[in-house]
Design a protein around this ligand. Structure first.
Ligand SMILES: Cc1cc2nc3c(=O)[nH]c(=O)nc-3n(C[C@H](O)[C@H](O)[C@H](O)COP(=O)(O)OP(=O)(O)OC[C@H]3O[C@@H](n4cnc5c(N)ncnc54)[C@H](O)[C@@H]3O)c2cc1C
Length: 176
C-alpha cells in the first residue's frame, strides 16, 4: 500500500496508467525498497487508487434496506472486520427476534451497535499526522515511539483504550 497526503487531486478515475504515474512521481527518490515496489505496482493488474474518505450517516436503514459493515460504519483503525461480523450477528439476531417487524429489528440493531461503533471510530492519537508523518524526522520519531511503547509504564493507556473499544458491546444470546 502507498499512502500520502496532498491537497485535493484532479485525476481520471478510469485511467489506471495515469494514477500509477501519479504515485510513481509522489514516491520517486524515496529509496529503500520503494523502487522495487513501484516497479511491481506498474505491472499490477488489480491496481486500486482512491482518496481515503468516510461518509457519516445518521440512519443505517430505510424501508426494507439496511446497511451493514463498511457500508454503515467504516473508518476504524483495525476494527472494520470485527464491526462487520458483530454487526452481522446483531442484525441477524434482531431480525430473528421480531420476524414480523423488520423496521423495529433495524432500529434495535442500530441502537445495540451505536455505542460500540462510536467507540471504534474514534481517531487514533495524533490523527492523520500520526499515521502519515510529514517529515523524515517525524517518521523516525513515530518509529522510535512504536519501538519503545511496549516497554513504557503508560502503555496500557494506548493499548488499553483499544481493548476497551473492542469490547464495548455485550452481545445478546439471541434465542433461535
Ligand atoms: C488495506 C486495508 C486494510 C485493512 N486492515 C484491516 C485490519 O487489519 N483489521 C480489520 O479489522 N479491518 C481491516 N480493514 C477493514 C476491513 O477490510 C473491512 O472493514 C471489512 O472487510 C468490511 O467488511 P464488509 O463485509 O462490510 O465489506 P467488504 O469486505 O468490502 O465486502 C463487501 C463485498 O461486497 C462486494 N460488492 C460490492 N458491490 C457489489 C455489488 N454491486 N454486487 C455484489 N457484490 C458487491 C464486494 O466485492 C465485497 O466482496 C482493512 C481494509 C483495507 C482496505
Amino acid at each position: 500500500m502507498f499512502f500520502f497526503t496532498s491537497s485535493k487531486l484532479e485525476y481520471d478515475r478510469h485511467n489506471d496508467h495515469e494514477q500509477k504515474q501519479l504515485l510513481a512521481e509522489v514516491f520517486s527518490g524515496v529509496g529503500w525498497e520503494v523502487p522495487r515496489l513501484l516497479d511491481a505496482m506498474s505491472q499490477a493488474p488489480d491496481f486500486y487508487f482512491d482518496r481515503t474518505s468516510r461518509v457519516d450517516i445518521d440512519k443505517w436503514s430505510k424501508g426494507r434496506s439496511v446497511l451493514l459493515g463498511d457500508a454503515a460504519y467504516c473508518g476504524s483503525v483495525g476494527m472494520g472486520t470485527s464491526m462487520a461480523l458483530v454487526g452481522a450477528y446483531v442484525l441477524a439476531g434482531e431480525l430473528a427476534a421480531s420476524t414480523d417487524d423488520h423496521r423495529a429489528a433495524f432500529a434495535r440493531y442500530q441502537a445495540e451497535m451505536l455505542g460500540y461503533v462510536k467507540e471504534n471510530l474514534k481517531p487514533l492519537p495524533g490523527g492523520v499526522n500520526g499515521f502519515l508523518p510529514r517529515s523524515r524526522r517525524a517518521v523516525w520519531l513515530r518509529n522510535q515511539m512504536i519501538r519503545v511503547l511496549p516497554h513504557l509504564p503508560m502503555k496500557e493507556r494506548m493499548t488499553g483504550s483499544m481493548e476497551r473499544a473492542a469490547s464495548a458491546i455485550t452481545l445478546k444470546d439471541y434465542a433461535g
